[in-house]
Design a protein. Structure first.
Length: 560
């Protein structure tokens, strides 16, 4: 059994759908929806939901809607709706002509509310928010009925229509369902389904001054759209009885099935929209697309690929229990995808000047270098080589230990795709004693990195020609927080990692990268995978974000 088959057989939602199809439930249809609230940018947790809803629709030749649950106009905007659509498309999914908004149904939702009132299932309550909370009771004790609970249907209809007409102040009245104030499920204790809110809506303008609550809106929207399987995260499990109750009371065209799954939690980051918004608005990160954030747009800017994110969501599977996934699992998916798909080039982040003393001063030659070691179809390029090159500062040690196979005084190494060189002299700054230059000799017979006399070289290092290299800015990223579960701490901002980003302003890359385009990805040999920044890169001076290292060294370095 393949890994994909194992994941498929353990997917409890897929098993539910398979059983529904065997019983010809919903006339054999599978119709899902992805219902984001346009009050922020999507993150990796939403990516899981996107992959589930659109993925199941594709797998069963069904349909998936994109619907914005825009019932809270104070926190919603067109910016967020546009960004969400871009994220879903970037992940590789499309909703066709099935783009909906909860606001499309505001009139119908209002009519259904009147239906509940006429049938004694809803009433206008004049308690304020604090009183409603007090009357609701506790998790261990029942609630109390509001003194306004037994208003007549006629009085409730009159008050509700006057609420819509704008006769009352915000918070003066609400509409509540009449269910059971003694229910052990606190969500069933006459929940509020409409409130007065004088707020400009990004689609309906100032037409409405009352807005429906999410729990009431969501189930009806599902039913009106013919959804068969309403997939949501575990925090809505206790809301399912209300979902079903509302649909049972109303003349809706169908009754979708709500199914809950565990949300996606990653360590060393947060996925709370509220806290992510705080990070952005308080300036702890540059914006919603900061590459350190777990937002989809941030991961895209960092260089993650849609295929890697989809693979990650498939690998972690589905459960009914909340778990925390190690960030390295996501990074491994990205690393495996980039290993297959990216071209190799050379870059030097912290340059050390090397003068090859026996190489002609006025000579330049172009050396052949493949773009991928095992995928010749990617082609290759010519890399300029000259008398003065830059190597990585870490590839030289003045007093190297026994197992250091790179460059040192009197030592010889292979330059990738070029020649063997030997360190003959070390030049230091007279004041600081820091190494500023190496004087080396090269063996002309070792062109291409092979010695005709058969001698082997344990160390191979990368380099760029100083006369031809392109200067670039490189940004290295680390975990955003210093602890695995920062969201649990009230003082979570204090846990931000001050070393989560390092900017290297004067790195050097191969000259061919002068044409690199935003979002193009490369492997910098021996350094990691990098992506051209889609926001800050400029013509002739690229900016590269490190997507992920070549190996999962973070856990080892941090002894986790």
């Amino acid at each position: 059994m393949t890994e994909t088959e194992k994941l498929r057989s353990s997917n409890f939602i897929r098993n539910i759908i398979d059983e529904d199809l065997r019983q010809n439930k919903n006339d054999g249809r599978v119709h899902t929806r992805f219902p984001p609230e346009p009050n922020g940018y999507l993150h990796i947790g939403h990516a899981k939901s996107i992959c589930l809803n659109f993925g199941f629709a594709q797998e069963y030749n069904g349909l998936c809607n994109l619907r914005f649950d825009d019932t809270n106009p104070e926190k919603e905007s067109v910016e967020y709706t546009d960004a969400i659509q871009a994220d879903v498309r970037w992940l590789g999914f499309d909703w066709g002509d099935r783009l909906y908004y909860a606001s499309d149904y505001f009139e119908k939702l209002y009519e259904f509310a009147e239906h509940l009132i006429r049938h004694g299932k809803a009433y206008v309550d004049s308690l304020n928010a604090d009183q409603i909370r007090e009357y609701r009771g506790t998790l261990t004790g029942p609630g109390r009925e509001s003194p306004y609970r037994n208003r007549s249907a006629e009085e409730n209809l009159d008050l509700f229509r006057r609420m819509r007409a704008g006769e009352f102040k915000d918070g003066e009245h609400v509409l509540r369902t009449r269910i059971d104030m003694a229910s052990p499920n606190i969500n069933m204790r006459d929940p509020v389904i409409y409130r007065i809110k004088r707020a400009h809506h990004h689609r309906t303008g100032d037409k409405w001054c009352i807005y429906p609550m999410y729990d009431y809106t969501h189930c009806i929207s599902d039913a009106l759209e013919g959804i068969t399987h309403s997939l949501c995260t575990l925090e809505f499990e206790d809301h399912r009885p209300l979902y079903d109750w509302c649909l049972d009371q109303l003349p809706v065209p169908c009754h979708p099935q709500q199914i809950e799954f565990a949300r996606l939690n990653l360590n060393y980051t947060i996925t709370s929209k509220r806290k992510l918004n705080q990070l952005v608005t308080e300036g702890h990160v540059s914006d919603w697309d900061d590459p350190r954030l777990p937002t989809i747009t941030g991961m895209r800017r960092r260089g993650y690929t849609p295929a890697a994110i989809r693979d990650f969501c498939e690998r972690i599977g589905l459960t009914k229990n909340d778990t925390v996934i190690d960030m390295s699992v996501l990074e491994n998916c990205v690393r495996e995808e980039l290993d297959r798909t990216t071209r190799r080039v050379m870059a030097v982040l912290r340059p050390l000047r090397v003068v090859i003393t026996n190489y002609p001063e006025d000579q330049t030659e172009e050396l052949e270098a493949p773009y991928h070691p095992v995928q010749p179809e990617m082609g290759g390029r010519k890399v300029p080589f000259s008398r003065v090159i830059y190597i990585e500062r870490d590839d030289f040690m003045e007093d190297p230990p026994k197992k250091f196979f790179r460059l040192g005084p009197g030592r010889e190494v292979r330059l990738r795709y070029a020649y063997f060189i030997k360190c003959e002299k070390v030049i230091k700054d007279e004041k600081t004693g820091a190494v500023v230059e190496l004087r080396c000799s090269y063996d002309p017979a070792t062109k291409g990195g092979n010695a005709p006399d058969g001698r082997k070289m344990k160390g191979t290092i990368h380099w760029v020609s100083a006369a031809h290299a392109l200067q670039a800015e490189v940004r290295l990223y680390d975990r955003l927080f210093t602890t695995p579960d920062p969201g649990r701490d009230e003082n979570w901002r204090a846990l931000l990692n001050p070393a989560s980003m390092e900017i290297i302003p004067h790195a050097f890359v191969e000259p061919g990268l002068v044409e690199a385009q935003p979002e193009e990805r490369y492997q910098f040999e021996r350094l990691g995978y990098f992506c051209v920044d889609r926001r800050d890169a400029a013509t002739g001076r690229p900016v590269f974000n490190r997507t992920v290292t070549l190996k999962d060294s973070w856990l080892k370095e941090n002894k986790v």
